[in-house]
Each structure stands twice: as structure tokens, then as C-alpha cells.
Write a protein that binds this ligand. Structure first.
Ligand SMILES: C[S@@+](CC[C@H](N)C(=O)[O-])C[C@H]1O[C@@H](n2cnc3c(N)ncnc32)[C@H](O)[C@@H]1O
Length: 258
């Protein structure tokens, strides 16, 4: 017997059985997010038929989808009526944690195909994404601003979870300029500048990586201290006169403070 994270003991064969099915979970949650199921269930509890009508889906598959979401603790069900559980609330569009974007972006068709190419990637050493889609993720994001916005929001919401702690770990006393190379919409840079009120910042990324940056920086109150620079770090990066390089904090490409 082995223990599940929650403490329940399961047979190894059952655990492995679950793990081999787990690929389906992300698509179930993505489908709920795409249809806005958790928006509809934010108020009164509802029957599957009603949910299906509200989101424009077929009733029977929607009932099965909702029941699966109950099994995953995203929804709860009582007397045939469904409502959001705590996880379902996180999937609402206006939730500050932005988990809806994460759920949709992570299971985007091109990523789904890329994971299917994992055996070929392991065998050949090539990028699974390129093998499956014929071009790189960055080329896709460059040509699809909606996908880029969704990707940037997804990455940003992951960064938000630890950006403030990272700002506490890096000694920014005396820092006058912070450069985030591959900074995306600026989540980490905003956190660092918030804890270094005297510093200015440069946010550097590909043009597609910067989609959403201006509004994000404005929402965090640091926009007037940040220069946003579009470029490719394989060509050049903003000049570093002096300062400390913090290579690859989780999620960043490089960060330096001068
Ligand atoms: C994992 S994300 C990190 C984003 C940001 N540091 C954060 O924590 O929210 C990596 C970033 O590197 C950017 N990137 C990838 N290749 C790049 C390149 N060649 N030049 C500039 N930026 C690049 C991507 O657009 C993306 O925003």
C-alpha cells in the first residue's frame, strides 16, 4: 500500500491506474472553463439541462461533464442540482487568481498535441512542441495575439504566487534599475519594483510576450517607472553597465539589478 497526498492508503495498482487516466483531467477542467460552466453556477444551484441551455451545449454530455467535475471536487451535487465547490469558484472569469486562463492555456490544442509527441521528443532530442505542430511555440504566439495574451496571463498568474517572496529574498537595497529579460507581462518586475520604490525597471521580451504588459503594469502601479522594450534575447538584450545578475529565478530568463 502507498499513501495518497491526503493520507488515504491506496493499492499501488490503483494509484498507477489513476495516474494513467490523469491525462483526461486537464481537458475536463478546460472544457468547463471554455464553456463558462462555473460562471453559470456562481449563483443558484442548477440542473445539468439548465446549465447546458445557458452555455449552448448538449444536455447529456454536459451532465456527464458536470458529474466528472463533482468527482474532481470542482463542483458539488445535491438532488441533481450542481453548484461550484471552492475549486469551481477559482475557475470564474473574474477571480483574481486567473485560474480560468491557466486551465484553458495549459490544455490548448497545440500543447495537447505536443504532450502526445513526448515519446518522439525523448527518442530524438527534438522539441515535442515542434515535432507535433511543425513550428515553435514562440512562432505560434507571434501569429496569434489571443493565444499570446492567454499564455502571458497564465505565466503571470503562476509567477504571482511567489513573486512577492522572491522580492523578499533578493536584496534590492540600493538597486536603481532592475531589468527582467523574458519578463512577460511584468509580474515579477512589478513585485520587485514594489519592494524597491526608488528603482526603475526595464521589461524585455518578444513583442508577443509583452501583450498585456501595459495594463498589468498600470494595475500594479509601477507603469511610470518601467520602460517596456521589445526584442529577441538571441539578438541582443538591454545593456548592463554594472550590477548583479540573477540567472534564471524560476520562471524568468534572467534578471539583473544595478
Ligand atoms: C516562463 S516565461 C517567464 C515570464 C516572466 N518572467 C514571469 O515570470 O512572469 C518566459 C518568457 O521568456 C520569453 N522569451 C522566450 N524566448 C525569448 C526570446 N528569444 N527573447 C525574448 N524573450 C523570450 C517568453 O515570451 C516568456 O514571456
Amino acid at each position: 500500500m502507498i499513501n495518497e497526498p491526503g493520507g488515504a492508503a491506496v493499492e499501488p495498482v490503483d494509484r498507477l491506474d489513476w495516474l494513467t487516466r490523469a491525462y483526461r483531467v486537464g481537458q475536463v477542467i478546460r472544457t468547463a472553463a471554455l464553456f463558462g460552466v462555473c460562471e453559470v453556477l456562481a449563483g443558484e444551484p442548477m440542473a445539468a439541462q439548465q446549465v447546458a441551455e445557458r452555455v449552448g451545449a448538449a444536455a447529456d454530455p454536459m451532465r456527464r461533464l458536470l458529474r466528472t467535475l463533482v468527482a474532481l471536487d470542482v463542483l458539488s451535487e445535491s438532488d441533481g442540482l450542481f453548484r461550484n465547490a471552492a475549486l469551481g469558484e477559482l475557475l470564474r472569469r473574474d477571480h483574481p487568481e486567473a485560474m480560468r486562463e491557466v486551465a484553458i492555456s495549459r490544455m490548448r490544442e497545440s500543447w495537447w498535441r505536443a504532450w502526445g509527441a513526448l515519446p518522439d521528443a525523448v527518442r530524438t532530442g527534438e522539441s515535442a512542441y515542434v515535432l507535433a505542430n511543425g513550428r515553435s511555440l514562440w512562432d505560434d504566439l507571434r501569429d496569434d495575439p489571443d493565444a499570446a495574451a492567454s499564455f502571458n496571463a497564465m505565466i503571470g498568474s503562476g509567477t504571482e504566487e511567489y513573486a512577492a517572496s522572491l522580492a523578499r529574498c533578493i536584496d534590492l537595497s540600493g538597486a536603481r534599475h532592475v531589468v527582467d529579460v523574458g519578463g512577460g507581462q511584468g509580474t515579477m518586475l512589478a513585485a520587485l519594483l514594489t519592494s524597491a520604490p526608488g528603482a526603475r525597471g526595464t521589461l524585455f521580451d518578444r513583442p508577443a510576450g509583452l501583450i498585456g504588459a501595459e495594463s498589468y503594469l498600470a494595475s500594479t502601479g509601477v507603469a511610470n517607472r518601467v520602460e517596456v522594450v521589445a526584442g529577441d534575447f538571441f539578438d541582443s538584450v538591454p545593456a548592463r553597465r554594472r550590477g548583479r545578475l540573477h540567472p534564471r529565478p524560476a520562471h524568468a530568463c534572467a534578471l539583473w539589478c544595478a
